[in-house]
Design a protein around this ligand. Structure first.
Ligand SMILES: C[S@@+](CC[C@H](N)C(=O)[O-])C[C@H]1O[C@@H](n2cnc3c(N)ncnc32)[C@H](O)[C@@H]1O
Length: 259
């Protein structure tokens, strides 16, 4: 697939280029925020576990942040899929600079069919992009058909929609969530970086909604894992800094298994 294409193929029709196209580099920079370095990233990798020799699909791979970590953790076949051509272009650029054998594909997660099957599907911040229940179901069905029987899904989910009025600016984020949101409602997250600020849209789904979409697709939920902070994060920033983060958890890891 050619990098830099403005249209993508989604459920049999062409859709417009997504919001992430314009902010691939800014999103990449946000990966150095302390909440990511000392909480999100180690938490996601911990639940992924030992990947040596396993085939892993990274859905909504963005510019390949987790895809590269998965490959470096010893996974065998590693494929990254993202709907944003610019995200995939940035991922492929990095693969070109330091080849590690990752395959990158532009496409909507809910439409993938022909990539084969994998031992693990890893996905960070995909399911909270589902604008409605049918898209969410399409995503979990695609995950299920991409897994071997017994294969695992590890999904990090943003859940800021369930934290009305909480001030996360210390961590480099703010939202427009001031009161309880309806199920499925969109909300904005703004990343407050030193060099640039950008906003993305997520959708407010409950754990029950995610669990139902998994169940309907033949995925058994094994557990929901809340945020923790590494010892190094506590040492660098102190316990006070992490108080709001840990008392108002806005990131979860959903672990599920194909029946
Ligand atoms: C918040 S970014 C996360 C990127 C990457 N997983 C990470 O953690 O660095 C969300 C990504 O999901 C992608 N995305 C949104 N909807 C998608 C869909 N339906 N199929 C595939 N990718 C999608 C966006 O293009 C974006 O790259």
């Amino acid at each position: 697939m050619t990098a830099g294409v403005v249209l993508c193929f989604k459920q049999g029709t062409f859709c417009v280029s997504p919001e992430y196209d314009s902010l691939a580099h800014a999103y990449q920079r946000s990966k150095s925020l302390p909440f990511r370095v000392y909480s999100e990233i180690p938490n996601h990798l911990e639940i992924l576990g030992d990947l040596r020799g396993l085939d892993v699909l990274d859905l909504a791979c963005g510019e390949g942040f987790y895809t590269r970590l998965i490959r470096h953790a010893g996974a065998a076949r590693v494929v990254g899929v993202d709907v944003s051509p610019q995200m995939i272009a940035l991922a492929r650029h990095q693969e070109h600079e330091a080849a590690s054998g990752i395959e990158y594909v532009v496409g909507a997660a809910e439409s993938i069919h022909d990539l084969g099957t994998f031992d693990v599907v890893s996905t960070a911040f995909l399911l909270n992009c589902a604008a409605d229940q049918s898209i969410l179901n399409g995503m979990t069905q695609a995950i299920s058909r991409s897994l071997v029987p017994g294969g695992r899904l590890v999904a990090t989910l943003g859940d800021l929609g369930h934290q009305p009025g909480v001030d996360y600016s210390t961590y480099g984020m703010s939202t427009n969530v001031t009161a309880g949101l309806a199920e499925g409602a969109p909300y904005n997250i703004t990343f407050l970086l030193d060099v640039d600020t950008f906003s993305i849209t997520d959708f407010n789904h409950s754990q029950a909604t995610y669990a139902a979409a998994c169940q309907a697709a033949g995925l058994k939920v094994l557990g929901w894992h809340p945020c923790t902070v590494t010892d190094e994060g506590i040492r660098q920033y102190g316990t006070e800094y992490w108080y709001t983060w840990l008392s108002n958890p806005c990131l979860w890891r959903l672990e599920a298994q194909k029946i």
